[in-house]
Design a protein around this ligand. Sequence first.
Ligand SMILES: *Cc1c(COP(=O)(O)O)cnc(C)c1O
Length: 487
Amino acid sequence: MRNTQATELLFDLAQPGRRAAIFPESDVDTAAASECIPAEFLAAAAPELPEVTEPDVIRHFTNLSTLNMSVDTHFYPLGSCTMKYNPKRHERLAALPGIGDLHPYQSEDQLQGMLAIQYEMQEMLAEIAGLPAVSLQPAAGAQGEFTALLVASAYFKDRGENRTKVLFPSSAHGTNPASAALAGFECVQLKDGADGFVDLVELKAHLDDKTAVFMITNPNTLGLFESKITQIADLVHEVGGLVYIDGANMNAILGVTRPGDFGGDMMHYNVHKTFTGPHGAGGPGAGPIAVRDFLADYLPGPIVSRSESDTETFTMTTPAKSIGRVRSFFGNVGILMRGYFYLRTLGAKGLREASEDAVLNANYLKALLEDVLPVPHGNHCMHEFVASASDLQKERGISAMDIAKRLLDYGFHAPTVYFPLVVSDAIMIEPTETESKATLEAFAETIRKIIGEPAETLHNAPHTTPVSRPDDVRAARKPILRWRSEK
Ligand SMILES: *Cc1c(COP(=O)(O)O)cnc(C)c1O
């Protein structure tokens, strides 16, 4: 049960004279702050901090920490985010002193173990992608996109080609056009076909010798595998463009098919999604990229190479025409390590099983819900599906948001809503392979129960959380970060 006391502010708990530790009088010489610190850096008055005891502070913040939902506490079917359970074993392994206590400024000979791990990680990611050259540097999927587009840009410049456009379907994740614009390209959004797939006629109409890259997520954001992907890639290649695979949905296809095999020239991984790294609320992440051999020379450094004469020795190298660094040192090593241990724990067979179970779970949940929440596109889905609350909205005034918010009262994290835009009143559900049949059934039961509730009950849900429905825009743009209640 939630502890509503945690909604009190620390200031409300304050009593004059309360404090934590009381230190004995100092028996060494002391000097006033004004004697040691230049006046311009001194505050005019002491900060108004709440006077509280140590247990007050600990209980306050521990209770606050229980108000949030997490993968460790609740089912988290957040579509497109792959919020699977993160095994604790990998946390421990990543924290082993030989890994956790290293410093990137240590010399190469002291870092051989870490470099060996990174080398293996590069090799495994290349194998899973079907693309031979890997950079571990980018700190998240979005930065991976940006980095790969800079690589493409350098490649075309080197060939003396002036290609200015990046194309993507309208169902693309918002980071695709954002990365393209930041990398200096003109963004061209293609209308999706009525079936939710890329419309080949529309694609052909926009392909020309100014096309640099076509970005595509496969399976797409509707959770459907683009069955015409090789045809799409051929069309892009015919005009001399490159195909970028947004790898955020790799959880559906690990060990089953590979972006390099179905026509991709570049891709990013979201290690924190697919290979488990605790994420959410903005990080941390790791977004390594894999590219074809002819793009390898432009990758950011350092890349870890293995000495040919002595296979136990690893060195850091920077590719000949590198675009430069995109992240300090080796990237987000802590997340890369968790991903590495995930890959080593599961092995090739286990990875494929994880994807197969993710797809099975999504299809099972879809089948349990389809009669009350229709799924407009596709008969079978991959690792996620996008249902529509459009009928409920028209008939009973119940919105996707109403359902999402009411789920919080029943102890489920809300799914992604209103994305992708190609489905009206979208509810995007990704259960992941780590959930049991019982959890999926309980979730489906709860959705059915919610849909049976009076619309008024749903409009102002959630009813059990300390804050019910903040104004989304204002809460994001004008958060109240400092507030002293009037009591
Ligand atoms: C999550 C996601 C991204 C962005 O990845 P980050 O690691 O959050 O930067 C890009 N595309 C798709 C389809 C995603 O789901």
